[in-house]
Design a protein. Structure first.
Length: 387
């Protein structure tokens, strides 16, 4: 099926989220035109992940040069994650044209909401980072292309091919008929965590970094984030540059569960002191911070597993429960094999999300690549009702 141009059938299939902002009467870059000219136009704003979704996007791992002998295993992880999410909402998997048939076979069928594989060239699975970050307003939606540059790792041991990934956001938005906003900064979706009410959590290490935004000060990056994503306040955590491929994305460190409530990743036994220092600095900042609405934050610590008890191995293995993904009706979280820590994570997340199922998944191969369930997913939010 040709998805290059919207048709009436496609708009009915995909819903209001498929409509371009131009068709919805929007003005770029950060406002949507109000139905009544006398009423102030609502801003396009990055919604909370807990808001309703139209679908989840994922990507099929493409390169043996990246995954080596683990390529089959990581594809199995991705297929399982896609299937589990599709029990709660539709899933769309991006795959290279020559690999799409394999992806369809592996992901299978029969889930409640279905899995659709679409043919778009890509390099790896981390669609949170190279896919579009969506912004919405009543009756309107757009996708922000954050200019993915391979996490700025060209010339470092972490470098991997990213040219195909860098084009996915624009291609995906064009195929779904959603207008594209080109961000005035370089970054990734995993670097952006919002409460949906104007507050953003971010790490200095991943965004105020010359490998993404050379010559830009922290204040300049902050202003670019605010204007593009419809934000009122950025709470900066220091993070840690150069110790992982992302330069310490916030989605492995601190996450909103609801406005005013933040999950903080607490390193488990066996974690290097450098990451314990990152956690302690973040805790101090969050405990003294207020959000865009002036509320003090409630900080809930989410302890990581004992590194000696987990199934996965390797320096880059991401043993963070905080990299969970919130879908319609469910929260998807890793299960690492430390039974006590796995159970504690389940209980904490169930208390934070009492109306959702907590689904624990074995993602050891994904985690061995330095990411998690959140890193491998990107949600398309439902369009809020028009005013």
């Amino acid at each position: 099926m040709d998805l290059s141009a919207p048709s009436r059938r496609r708009l009915l299939q995909f819903g209001a989220a498929a409509l371009p902002l131009v068709a919805l009467g929007a003005v770029f870059p950060t406002t949507a035109r109000a139905a009544d000219p006398s009423v102030a136009a609502p801003r396009l704003r990055m919604p909370a992940e807990t808001d309703p979704h139209d679908r989840t996007f994922m990507a099929w791992p493409a390169l043996s040069s990246v995954w080596g002998s683990q390529l089959r295993a990581v594809r199995n992880d991705i297929a399982n994650v896609a299937y589990q999410i599709s029990r709660y909402e539709p899933v769309v998997v991006v795959a290279r044209p020559g690999q799409a048939a394999d992806a369809r076979y592996a992901c299978g069928s029969g889930a409640s909401y279905g899995i659709t594989v679409i043919e778009i060239a890509n390099d790896d699975l981390w669609i949170r980072d190279f896919g579009p970050t969506f912004v919405v307003a009543p009756g309107a939606i757009a996708g922000v292309d954050t200019n993915f540059n391979g996490w700025g790792k060209t010339g470092t041991p972490y470098y991997q091919p990213f040219a195909e990934d860098a084009a996915v956001a624009g291609t995906l938005l064009a195929q779904y008929g959603v207008d594209r906003i080109r961000a005035p900064f370089t970054g990734e979706g995993g670097a952006l965590e919002t409460d949906g009410q104007g507050t953003l959590l971010a790490t200095v290490s991943s965004l105020v970094n010359p490998n993404r935004n050379p010559g830009m000060s922290q204040d300049q990056v902050e202003q670019a984030l605010k204007s593009t994503l419809g934000l009122d306040k950025v709470i900066w955590l220091a993070g840690l540059a150069g110790q992982d491929i992302t330069d310490d994305h916030v989605d492995c460190l601190a996450r909103f569960t609801s406005p005013g409530r933040v999950i903080l990743d607490k390193p488990g036994p066996g974690t290097d002191q450098t990451w314990i220092d990152v956690y302690q600095q973040a805790k101090q900042v969050l405990q003294g911070a207020t959000d865009a609405q002036g509320r003090a934050l409630t900080v809930i610590e989410l302890p990581g597993p004992d590194r000696a008890k987990i199934r996965g191995t390797g320096k880059d293995f991401l043993s963070s429960y905080t990299n969970f993904y919130t879908a319609n009706g469910a929260v998807f979280v890793p299960q690492f094999g430390d039974s006590y820590a796995d159970g504690t994570a389940y209980a904490i997340l169930q208390a934070e999300f009492p109306g959702r199922d907590i689904v624990q998944l074995n993602i050891d191969t994904i985690a061995s690549g330095g990411g998690g369930i959140h890193c491998s997913t990107q949600s398309q939010p439902a369009v809020p009702p028009a005013l």
